[in-house]
Design a protein around this ligand. Structure first.
Ligand code: GCB
Length: 617
């Protein structure tokens, strides 16, 4: 129906030979892009719902050739210029307007349960920057994204929570660029996660979209950290024609430290020096961050980086050489309020993390069940909270499908490459509550090894399940998941007293066994209540009293586990979950120690007191 004469120009591809991770991350990493000189493309965008994916294929299911129109609808502009009478019903520039970033759930009540394809469109000017390269970067779009600029298909990305970018050098116009993005939130049995989760999908352009400019040869990736042998190490990777033989300088002015070197043929260099004596180590109590500058040719990148070490010794977690007990809680990426839409601003993130750090006397947060916004990991760096960072290999994904593994591997790589310079992040988690099988074991082993290969300076874990037995009248739990051989830290989700037959009164006497000489985190435990429901006589489920009693008893159990190194109960605040439709829940999981609006329930104070005492031990 639409005709265009513009030829399709392929976007420049990333040189395949230039990085060990090229196979995992097909796009440029653009580390620290959130701190580069960027043009924000956030703000108002047009959107158009497309439940039958009509914009992708014709009425017989034949995919559109986007050079000819429809498909992405990217050529409507040209077509209308050519023929004002053209039959064209999808003029995105006239579609309703919503704000990016935000899940579309925030745009209108009709989109409350919409799960499918959404078209987005934005026009923008991009004044020419002579000699620079340009990239459109999506901090995250949930779940699958297809991107078109000025009639060209830039590419696609799968995975709802990690950043990706496309190079657009040579494709931009000084004014009137037409950016069309199709975001499909529909998951399949092969995706990560699958269709069934215990949280809201939150489809859409959920994080910032930016136009990033760099010199011709630029710093694509850097990894700067303190190692347990007292070295500051920096691995820097350049992209571009002049990447080989470039002088690279990494400096920390406040420490009077400068590391210098020259890149090899692959554009990479590894630098190191003994950590200066005056170095103040980052910790939750003293979250010291240093300004760090990386220079290479015409590119200069700055970051704020904390230096600390994390390791395990026997059953202890060791931060900066000292054992530490992780006083934490789980968190979904939902801001406070009755109608969350994943708009994580620094203020929203600070409000959430303050409840953990100051309200609960915590030093740790499990960012479940997927990579949260880089706004949050930077805020954790600044405020001083240790972070468990996870990818959404959740419940039963298709462990036997190599494509599913590839999807998970890419997510893990994108997450690690994004956050390797965040001192707050101490644990990479590769999964949550996965059913044990040979296929699952090899799938998760591949992920655990990948995490170690990309970042040997942090711990690797996964939230596991265990069986529960009753022996001589007490609850008896043995941790024996074979995956633990691949993990530094054991983590178990346990819900006795809420799910299952065990009585809440029997929970404190639970006996835990482990044949591994490794630390354990109780990565989840919790019970539901509706804030404000008090029935002191009944003290039954869904009352605040029941949840508080559950916390008292579970913490009493925790006190008796000799190899316990941390806790992250489920969860800071109530969160949306479409699978929870009943009188009490009404589409929300009510295991928060706070309501969605931040009202603290009784259990909040039980946990806060417990952590106060723990902090003093
Ligand atoms: C779990 C899951 C978490 C659920 C929680 C619950 O074990 O990891 O995603 O929301 O239980 O409330 O049942």
């Amino acid at each position: 129906i639409l005709i265009t004469t513009a030829p399709v120009m392929a976007a420049p591809a990333k040189p395949a030979d230039n990085a060990a991770y090229a196979a995992l991350v097909p796009q440029f990493v653009l580390v620290n892009a959130d701190r580069r000189d960027v043009l924000s493309l956030s703000g108002p965008w047009h959107y158009s719902v497309d439940p039958y994916k009509d914009g992708m294929a014709d009425f017989h299911g034949k995919p559109y050739d986007v050079t000819k129109g429809r498909g992405s609808d990217v050529n409507v502009e040209q077509a209308m210029k050519n023929d004002p009478d053209v039959f064209y019903e999808y003029d995105l520039a006239r579609a309703p307007v919503g704000t990016v970033p935000s899940a579309w759930i925030g745009y209108s009540p009709e989109l409350r349960y919409y799960n499918g394809l959404m078209w987005y469109q934005k026009s923008f000017d991009a004044p020419a920057k002579a000699g620079e390269r340009q990239f459109i970067r999506f901090a995250a779009a949930d779940y699958k994204t297809m991107v078109y600029l000025n009639g060209h298909r830039l590419g696609e990305h799968e995975g709802g929570f990690t950043p990706f970018s496309f190079e657009v050098t040579g494709l931009l116009r000084p004014t009137g660029n037409n950016l069309v993005v199709a975001v499909d939130s529909e998951r399949t049995p092969d995706s990560v996660p699958t269709q069934v989760t215990d949280w809201e999908t939150y489809g859409g352009l959920i994080r910032d979209v930016t136009l990033v400019s760099t010199p011709q040869t630029f710093i694509d990736d850097d990894f700067i950290r303190l190692t347990t042998d007292g070295q500051i190490k920096a691995d820097v990777a350049l992209e571009g024609d002049a990447r080989a033989g470039q002088a690279v300088e990494v400096s920390v002015p406040a420490l009077k430290l400068t590391l210098k070197g020259t890149t090899g043929a692959d554009g990479r260099v590894s630098l190191s020096a003994a950590a200066p004596k005056g170095l103040k180590r980052w910790s939750p109590d003293t979250p010291t961050l240093y300004d760090v500058t990386v220079k290479a040719g015409a590119d200069v990148l700055t970051d704020r980086i904390g230096f600390r070490t994390i390791e395990v010794k026997g059953t202890q977690i060791i931060l900066n050489g000292q054992p530490i007990f992780l006083r934490g809680i789980c968190l979904h990426e939902e801001e406070f309020g009755p109608n969350p839409s994943r708009r994580i601003t620094p203020e929203a993130s600070r409000a959430l993390l303050s409840e953990i750090k100051h309200g609960l006397n915590g030093n740790y947060v499990r960012l479940s069940h997927y990579p949260h916004s880089e706004v949050t990991t930077r805020m954790a760096d600044e405020m001083g909270l240790l972070v468990w960072s996870e990818i959404p290999v959740y419940w039963a994904v298709k462990f036997g499908n190599p494509d599913t593994l590839k999807t998970a591997q890419t997510m893990l790589a994108e997450n690690i490459l994004r956050d390797r310079n965040r001192a707050s992040v101490v644990i990479w988690s590769v999964a949550n509550e996965t059913p044990i099988s040979d296929a699952r074991n090899s799938f998760l082993t591949a992920l655990a090894r990948e995490a170690k290969a990309l970042d040997g300076s942090r711990l690797v874990s996964a939230a596991l399940l265990t069986g529960t037995k009753t022996i001589d009248g007490h609850i008896d739990i043995t941790i024996d998941d074979p995956l633990i051989h691949e993990l530094d830290v054991m983590a178990v989700n346990t819900y006795n007293g809420w799910y299952g037959n065990a009585k809440i009164a029997d929970v404190p006497a639970t006996v835990w066994h482990s044949s591994f000489n490794k630390p354990l985190i109780l990565s989840e435990f919790g019970a539901e209540t509706l804030a404000g429901v008090h029935e002191p006589e009944r003290q039954g489920r869904f009352t605040e009293e029941y949840q508080a009693k559950y916390y008292v008893n579970t913490l009493a159990m925790a006190d008796k586990i000799p190899f316990l190194a941390g806790l992250s109960p489920w969860i800071l605040k109530d969160f949306r979950s479409p699978r929870r439709q009943n009188t009490w829940q009404q589409g929300w999981n009510r295991k928060g120690v706070e309501s969605e609006n931040g009202e603290r329930k009784q259990a909040f104070f039980v946990l806060s007191d417990y952590y106060w005492k723990k902090a003093g031990e």
